[in-house]
Design a protein around this ligand. Structure first.
Ligand SMILES: Nc1ncnc2c1ncn2[C@@H]1O[C@H](COP(=O)(O)OP(=O)(O)OP(=O)(O)O)[C@@H](O)[C@H]1O
Length: 232
């Protein structure tokens, strides 16, 4: 039976701009199962990144709840949230956010060192992951010495370092050409199958969204109801 990993219950987010209350998310209900792949689509400004940040505990909803394996994120201290992110979540962004002064291997090893693994354990796991994303011969290269697609592969390997339950990816292929985007997406789908990691992928690209088994569309901060038979 499918087990719920992350649940959004009536999530709302608003910002006060000095004059108005900006309702960025309204009544968002969403359930993601362990190992599931979900695309979040919507036009620019529809609230996709805000929702992803709330799901990752990087931002707090103004109303509603986000539950991880039944635990309400709002009840956790900043320290607990940081530990949870390190242990259970991975993040991939449109721009790789790798540390420029460290090489590919060191970038992948970083979350492992933060979680308390020894340098040799971290190095071993980072080497395996680098191999798995097809970059065994690029370990000593710094981000500036890698192509855009290679940087995203390193970023994906880093996101998976601690074998998280969930990877949150914000436009992970947004900065890549079509063919490289296709390869990076294919890699994420393979890793989902291999490791059982759930992925939430924010994209404005319908082609990419359709490659995933489940999609939700945001429009002005609300989930657009699916027509019968469209959702899985
Ligand atoms: N910290 C903030 N303060 C005020 N308004 C914000 C803040 N963060 C986001 N917004 C507003 O919330 C709305 C949704 O932003 P968000 O970045 O979530 O959209 P998006 O769907 O990810 O857009 P894009 O595809 O362009 O990245 C936008 O109108 C944005 O200006």
């Amino acid at each position: 039976m499918a087990t719920e990993l992350l649940t959004c219950e009536q999530v709302g987010k608003s910002y006060w701009d000095g004059n108005h209350n900006l309702e960025v998310l309204q009544g968002v209900n969403l359930a993601l199962n362990e190992g599931q792949l979900l695309a979040i689509v919507g036009s620019s400004g529809s609230g996709k990144s805000t929702l992803l940040h709330c799901m990752g505990g990087l931002d707090k909803p103004s109303t509603g709840q986000i539950l991880f394996r039944g635990n309400d994120l709002a009840k956790w201290s900043p320290r607990m949230l940081a530990d949870w992110r390190n242990q259970h979540l991975g993040f991939v962004y449109q721009f790789h956010h790798l540390l420029p002064e460290f090489n590919a291997l060191e970038n992948i090893a970083m979350p492992l060192l933060i979680s308390g693994q020894s340098a040799s354990q971290a190095r071993q796991r980072a080497t395996q992951l680098l191999q798995r994303v097809g970059l065994a011969d690029r370990g000593q290269h710094r981000p500036a010495e890698l192509s855009g697609g290679e940087r995203q592969r390193v970023a994906i390997a880093r996101a998976l370092a601690n074998n998280p339950a969930l990877v949150l990816a914000d436009e992970p292929t947004g900065n890549l050409d079509d063919e490289t985007a296709r390869q990076v997406m294919a890699l994420m789908l393979e890793l989902n199958r291999e490791f059982g990691t759930a992925f939430v992928i924010v994209t404005h690209d319908q082609k990419i969204a359709r490659a995933l088994p489940k999609q939700v569309q945001l429009h002005h901060g609300k989930i657009v109801p699916q027509t019968a038979g469209a959702a899985k």
